[in-house]
Design a protein around this ligand. Structure first.
Ligand code: EPS
Length: 373
């Protein structure tokens, strides 16, 4: 069984994650893992907090001489900002920010100080998810599965990438400070973010995660909770501020006829072959061998300099939200979290299908399956 759990608060001593179920003997590319953490911290539109943090992987267990040993892997990411906050006396937060977890979380857990809700709801937690996802990517790389992402839109500015192959989109996004493969659109996105910063507002957008060379048959059609499209949607939807998830061009497909949507199958030298991928790599809740394409919509960050009407829960009176430091736009960062959540979901599905307590037997089984498909 492959599973992971994160713990830690945004301004607590550290974030941590335990990942269980990775096969033994998996070599870990620590530089690539730290690079994912660095990419998550970056992206045009971030606020002051990222000047303070410098996230790096620290292993506390499960790894020996750069390889997994089959035991749970424990990763620690210290919060540098902890030192700045531990002595600070902060009055209780009683004005819930619309769009944040504050109102429902305070009610549910009986916490009068809404900061205690926000501390865990904060997207700072995604550093731990990206660390876990980076671990999963080592497993996926061992069987030649590649994960990438790109920012597709910010604040209504859309990238035009239809003519660009997926691999080029992902490569161009890596070279961009806003993780967008279309340079013209990227310039407009930056301008939109600058403008939002100036007027004290925030922006959302969409990003796309792709998985290439995924073996056929991950997930299953036989039971609802084994369907890989549903599992991917849940994993990506669970990212803070994500409110929509789409597999392939699903919403556009809904307006077309069946013969315009379904990807015709042709005989090819390496087995059945397709010219199109409007299914986004998933049919019947299973991977079909085409690239998996998952799109996510992120709402604008709920912490805005411009106040939003709310209620002061201490008095029951009408009030305005109070600003606390935040990002203007975190869509680029969220795209890296999206990669992590897709990697973790695929790692789980891969291990379900091919098993393997050690990496060599897993790699052999995947290779045999690809050969016979
Ligand atoms: C966040 C608020 C900001 C973000 C934070 C998410 O943090 P702070 O309150 O310390 O300024 O920068 O994201 C991170 C710290 C991170 O590493 O991604 C929130 O309220 O969700």
């Amino acid at each position: 069984m492959f599973r992971f759990l994160t713990a830690g608060e945004s301004h607590g001593p550290a974030l941590t994650v335990i990942v269980e179920g990775l096969p033994a003997g998996l070599a870990l590319d620590i530089e690539a893992m730290n690079d994912d953490l660095r990419r998550r911290q970056g992206g045009y539109g971030r606020g002051g907090r990222q000047q303070i943090e410098q996230d790096r992987i620290q292993f506390l267990g499960g790894v020996y001489e750069g390889k997994t040993i089959g035991a749970p892997v424990v990763i620690l990411i210290p919060n540098r900002d902890y030192e700045n906050w531990r002595e600070r006396v902060v009055p209780p937060w009683t004005k819930p920010r619309p769009g944040h977890a504050d109102l429902a979380g305070g009610h549910k857990y009986g916490l009068g100080d809404l900061r205690l809700v926000a501390e865990r709801a904060s997207a700072r937690e995604t550093a731990a998810r990206v660390a876990a996802g980076a671990l999963a990517k080592n497993l996926l790389r061992a069987v030649d599965i590649a994960i990438g992402s790109y920012v597709e839109s910010i604040g209504g500015v859309m990238a035009r990438v239809d003519d660009m192959p997926l691999v080029d989109r992902v490569a161009a996004a890596r070279a961009s400070d806003i993780y967008c493969p279309d340079e013209l659109a990227a310039a407009d996105m930056r301008a939109r973010i600058d403008e939002a910063r100036q007027v004290g507002d925030s922006l959302g957008g969409t990003f796309v995660v792709v998985a290439l060379n995924v073996p056929v048959g991950l997930g299953s059609h036989v039971q609802w909770d084994r369907r890989l499209d549903g599992r991917l949607a849940q994993a990506v939807m669970s990212i803070q501020a994500v409110k929509g998830v789409e597999i392939g061009p699903a919403f556009a497909n809904a307006a077309l006829r069946g013969t315009q949507v379904h990807d015709a199958i042709y005989p090819g030298p390496a087995g059945p072959w397709r010219q199109t991928n409007r299914a986004g790599g998933l049919e019947g809740g299973m991977s079909n061998g085409e690239p998996i394409v998952v799109r996510a919509a992120m709402k604008p960050i709920p912490t805005t300099i411009t106040p939003i009407p709310t209620v002061d829960l201490a008095t029951g009176e009408a009030a305005q939200t109070e600003y606390s430091r935040s990002d203007v736009c975190a869509v680029p960062a969220a795209s890296i979290v999206g990669e992590a959540m897709v990697a973790l979901t695929l790692a789980e599905a891969l291990l379900e299908r091919f098993g393997g307590d050690d990496i060599d037997s897993l790699v052999r089984r995947v290779a045999d399956d690809r050969f016979s498909s």
